[in-house]
Write a protein that binds this ligand. Structure first.
Ligand code: COI
Length: 357
């Protein structure tokens, strides 16, 4: 057990939160976890009142982008127990991102103690409505203050948490991006690093101006193979199988993605993880073989897709209420989180009460 110092806020903001209206990413709880890396180790972990940080204008992360993050969720089971969804997978993924970006790994025990202690302290902030959750955002960034393109010697790791409703409250419209790319082989597409999201903003804005919520990223060589949608992995439901692009280094290894694959396989559905061309999707749509497209992610959970656009042609999908696969999977994930169905995979982990206050 790591010794986490806790300083509580003198004035909670909890009573000012409208839990009926919690748009994604706008409300944060009273406390945050902070730990610094220096002299080759993580030192002095603490939970303190949520607040601004003092950062040098020379901060290496601001200049050269050594910055990674995670997205996780805690929710309440129907019996009121706070629970986490596959927390150990988030440690694995943040450490994979850290290795790619030449940043120090986070010991699993410190990460999990931090998450458990913080959620236990902030459990009143977990929204009760089904499909909502306490979103957790662990972030790690360089803190050296020297202007050299080099690996930082010091870092900060922070976890902030806040109540959220669904990331996409409505079915989304996607447009296949044929000019810009998100990631190329050998790049950083698999890392959850800030720059990947910065690079997506211009194409996302152009897509928005055309009436689309997100882009479908295609591969960097041929603009042919589907990668992901930037905020979520993508699944394509054909008449006889479900296909999702394989994680070959350019797309994020989604934890919801891998969970959905397991659930589908458990149900006996054929799931193929492989290169999938946009032409194959268009052809299936034209032949009436494409039943659904949906996105998956911690924030998005399972997001229905209502239509997609490729080379100025619009391909409409059937009404989302008929999307049995996507809707069924979303229900299953929510029911697992609520403890309503048996968790045969052991994904939902009760929060440990370990806060020493
Ligand atoms: C998440 O799903 O948790 C993410 O980090 C995606 C983010 C762009 C909202």
């Amino acid at each position: 057990m790591n010794n986490i110092k806790i300083t509580k806020t003198s004035q909670s903001r909890l009573s000012s939160v409208d839990f009926e209206n919690i748009p994604f990413g706008q409300t944060f709880s009273d406390h945050m976890f902070v730990v610094d890396y220096k002299d080759g180790k993580w030192q002095d972990p603490e939970i303190m009142p949520f607040g601004d940080l003092l950062i040098s204008p020379v901060n290496l992360a601001l200049h050269y982008g050594q910055s990674i993050f995670e997205g996780m969720k805690a929710s309440l089971k129907n019996d009121g127990t706070p629970a986490l969804f596959r927390p150990e997978q988030h440690v694995i993924r943040i450490n994979a991102s850290a290795r790619r970006m030449m940043m120090p790994e986070m010991p699993e025990s410190l990460f999990l103690d931090a998450v458990n202690t913080l959620v236990d302290l902030e459990k009143e902030w977990i929204p009760k409505a089904k499909g909502s959750a306490l979103y957790m955002r662990p972030i790690m960034f360089a803190t050296d203050a020297v202007l050299g393109v080099k690996v930082s010697n010091t870092y900060k790791f922070i976890i902030i948490v806040g109540p959220v409703g669904p990331y996409y409250p409505k079915p989304v419209k996607l447009i296949a991006e044929t000019k810009y790319i998100r990631a190329a082989n050998g790049g950083v597409g698999e890392a959850k690093t800030a720059g990947n999201y910065a690079a997506s903003l211009l194409p996302a804005q152009l897509a928005k101006e055309k009436g689309y919520d997100q882009v479908i990223w295609l591969d960097s060589k041929e603009f042919k193979y589907i990668q992901e949608a930037g905020t979520m992995n993508l699944f394509f439901v054909f008449k006889d199988k479900v296909v999702t692009p394989d994680t070959s280094g350019t797309i994020l290894k989604g934890i919801t993605r891998m969970s959905l694959i397991d659930l589908l396989k458990k149900d006996g559905v054929t799931v193929e993880e492989r290169p999938l061309s946009i032409d194959e999707v268009v052809e299936a749509h034209n032949k009436g073989n494409l039943l659904e497209i949906f996105g998956s992610g911690t924030a998005a959970v399972v997001a229905n897709v209502s239509e997609f656009c490729y080379k100025d042609k619009i391909y409409k999908l059937s009404d989302s209420s008929t999307h049995e696969t996507a809707n069924g999977l979303r229900e299953r994930i929510n029911a697992l989180r609520a403890g309503e169905i048996e968790d045969t995979f052991g994904w939902v982990v009760d929060v440990k009460s370990i806060a020493k206050v």
